[in-house]
Design a protein around this ligand. Sequence first.
Ligand code: TYD
Ligand code: MG
Length: 452
Amino acid sequence: MAKKKVQTIFKCSNCGYTQPRWMGRCPECNEWNTLEECTIDKNANTPVFGGNGNFAVTKAKPIPLSKVDPMNGTRILTGISEFDRVLGGGAMKRSAILIGGEPGIGKSTLLLQTVATLTANGIKGHILYVSGEESASQIRARADRLNLNCNNIEILCTTRLEDVEDALNALNPIFTVIDSIQTMFSIEAGSVPATVNQLKYCAQQLISWIKERDAVMCMSAHITKEGSIAGPKSLEHMVDTVISFERNTDEIRFLRALKNRFGSIDELGLFAMGEKGLSIVEDPSTLFITRREGTIPAGIAIVPVFEGSRVFMVEIQALTVPAKASFTHVYSEKIDSSRVSRIAAVIEKRAGIKFSDQDIYINVAGGFKLTESAIDAGLAAALYSARTNIALNAKIAVVGEISLAGEIRPVTKLKQRVKAAQILGFETVVCPDTGSHCTKVQNIKELVKQIF
Ligand code: TYD
Ligand code: MG
């Protein structure tokens, strides 16, 4: 019997997931009514979508892996150290980077500063900045206000994808900015702008172009109220790197990778937005401690935490008040409330301080989210201090994981944490190990005895 060449599949228009039968709800992204029927001809050179939303247009053949060029040293350093850090040591050539963030967060500013830094550092090749949102004179005015070097930056203000493709083919730029991908439009993808199809088609055309070139493309994207990139989820699958630009405080901005094919997603980039645009934060390790003269109030403990490869000193604030209702509540956004309840229960059982009739409020200065288990001991110190109204010594930092039995357990990279605290003037770190600038504690009782 002849082999069947044409196959019918159902593909989700949101996330690109494919499966053989129709369903009302996509099992991958849980969106309703997004599975659409499509046929694929196994032998044709027409686009065949894979599960990740990418497609192959030509038949491919296997080659020996040992003969493949490993593309060593094919990153472009943007020259903006915090951006390079989040990218995993610069932008990989042949890659597409998506930078998502709410309007006004500073995406256009970051991208303009990036291309200006590239030219200032003498990058060889053209740089193309495509804007579908601002006029050329607005961009020039911004560049002048920020004292940026505009030499060798080609600017193209359009929303027509075909104009962008012409410019790409004419200039063959080494670095291209698309600001933003959501403004791009092609008649090939239907006559209605800003549809899911438009977005996917335009992104796919641009990504296909960059995949064939030793160059980098950065696309900005708006995010929805819920915080995800506006448009289909498959847009995130199509690009190599997804970076989120977030507001921390009014001035401080966080840059973090949500996905990175060429690096870790643990690194955090920090910027301050000021009159001269985005700048590097001078002393980031103390950014999350409120600076005070003399003593610190009760309920506060300082913890050395790791974020990517850097240590930050972070202030945990606790407040306990008698419960207003017959049941108690933990109000904690920056530290998981189940962790707070667990540590409070351990103190109650092992150190004899009652929390079970108290409402607990926990905050972290600077709006930092803490997920490391190494914060347990600091959290315990803040809770104990809040409940007893006895303040910690301002020169003490605390770190350690706490078991349900009340033991203080070792944490990763303790030496680096202690070193960071020492540099910033902390006299000792209460922790589960001995060493210079360390005060060893083995359980919660010893911790209380040493600190209070
Ligand atoms: P922008 O880069 O246009 O944001 P996005 O592209 O993400 O929408 O940034 C606009 C905001 O940044 C605007 O609120 C003004 C502020 N800003 C400054 O505070 N200082 C500056 O030097 C610049 C250029 C912008
Ligand atoms: Mg913008």
